[in-house]
Design a protein around this ligand. Structure first.
Ligand code: DP6
Length: 362
């Protein structure tokens, strides 16, 4: 259990001037989190693959303040440029997490962040950015106060803090597979933070590919925050949450057995269910584009014709994630090149795979 900690305060006269840099990846949910309540608590459990190439690098430089002003002092640079919109969002986040890191009010902070992919395009940039930032904050706490019992306690707090920034971000702190939300089949699971997947996993999933086809780089018209809020009045919300719960049980068996066809059925249905929920919200909205549908239809045809286990999933946006085992990388790569990149903005594809989780850069 993570609690507020009033003791994490710098003693008088202690000089501080240092920095912490972290790279944290995005993740792709196989069972989707969609619907939340209270302070960023999920309406249903979710499970994701942690990615690798789609990541955010964040450096937090911190220096002891010259005065005793209790406001958050922040300068925020995004991709090398001062960005005031992001700065005010990050500042609000830092205020929110100050009860867990009271020393933040004693520091001048300069945070610089860059993504390896376009932000707000439906690849969960909030997941990589909020987890990179949260890992940096925990790292500063660790350096200043040596307060973590072990690495598990460190990652546990990093996941908890990430969740306060963006729900899906809490799963990104773990390698390979993260699970967030209470579920009786997953021991230690919690709505407060994600846990690493400790169950048996068939080796086929440990080198799984996720090629992200960028159908549109534009910022999406309806934010995930607004989408989650619309679930509160959605007539299908209750059966949806029940479905996610039972799929968590099914997926656990599938991940152990390596049953690709059942895996694909769940992954694709989760994607289509997510977007169907958006379409039957009030007001209704649609984030998929023509290119999204063209790609999905071609994937159906290709899978049938060539008998290759290629499946899709979607985040809250128009881009398509193609999931497949390592051994099919060559034919799938050719298929993407010849049939699918024409539906992508500037032919953009991010070739990604299940990764080893965040990395400390300094
Ligand atoms: C569709 O985590 O972006 O990607 O908690 O409001 O930041 P906030 O939402 P966010 O929701 C994204 C949900 C999803 C599915 C998932 O990743 O589980």
């Amino acid at each position: 259990m993570i609690t507020e900690n009033k003791h994490l305060i710098l003693e008088e006269g202690r000089e501080i001037n240092d920095k912490s840099s972290w790279r944290s990846p995005s993740n792709i949910a196989i069972i989707k989190y969609w619907g939340k309540h209270g302070v960023q608590l999920p309406r249903n459990p979710s499970l994701s693959f942690t990615l690798s190439n789609a990541h955010t690098n964040t450096t937090i430089s911190y220096q002891r303040k010259a005065d005793s002003n209790k406001e958050i002092s922040l300068k925020f640079l995004f991709e090398g440029q001062r960005n005031e919109i992001f700065e005010s969002k990050v500042s609000a986040f830092l205020e929110k997490v100050t009860p867990y890191f009271p020393f933040l009010t004693q520091l001048d902070l300069e945070i610089s962040s860059e993504n390896s992919f376009p932000h707000s395009s439906g690849i969960a940039s909030s997941a990589s950015s909020m987890s990179a930032l949260s890992l940096g904050l925990c790292d500063i706490e660790k350096r200043l106060f040596n307060s973590f019992e072990d690495d598990n306690a460190f990652l546990n707090k990093a996941s908890f803090i990430s969740r306060l920034g963006s729900g899906s971000a809490c799963r990104s702190v773990y390698p390979k597979i993260g699970v967030w939300g209470v579920h009786s089949d997953y021991s230690g699971s919690s709505d407060q933070y994600a846990i690493p997947y400790i169950e048996k996993v068939h080796e086929i999933f440990t080198s799984f590919h996720d090629d992200i086809l960028i159908v549109s780089k534009k910022e999406k018209e309806v934010s995930s925050r607004a989408g989650h809020a619309l679930m509160e009045g959605n007539p299908y919300a209750i059966p949806r949450y029940a479905q996610a719960n039972s799929r968590m049980s099914e997926l656990k068996e599938i991940l152990e057995s390596g049953d690709l066809s059942s895996f694909g059925t769940i992954a694709e249905s989760e994607a289509l269910t997510l977007h169907a929920l958006m379409m039957c919200s009030n007001p209704s909205y649609m984030l998929i584009k023509e290119g999204t549908l063209s790609i999905i239809n071609k994937v159906y045809q290709y899978r049938k014709a060539d008998n290759i286990p290629l499946y899709f999933t979607l985040d809250a946006g128009p881009n398509v994630h193609l999931l497949y085992p390592q051994e099919y990388a060559v034919p799938v790569g050719q298929f993407i090149e010849s049939e699918l990149t024409k539906h992508c903005e500037d032919g953009k594809v991010i070739k990604d795979f299940v990764g080893m989780g965040p990395q400390k850069l300094s």
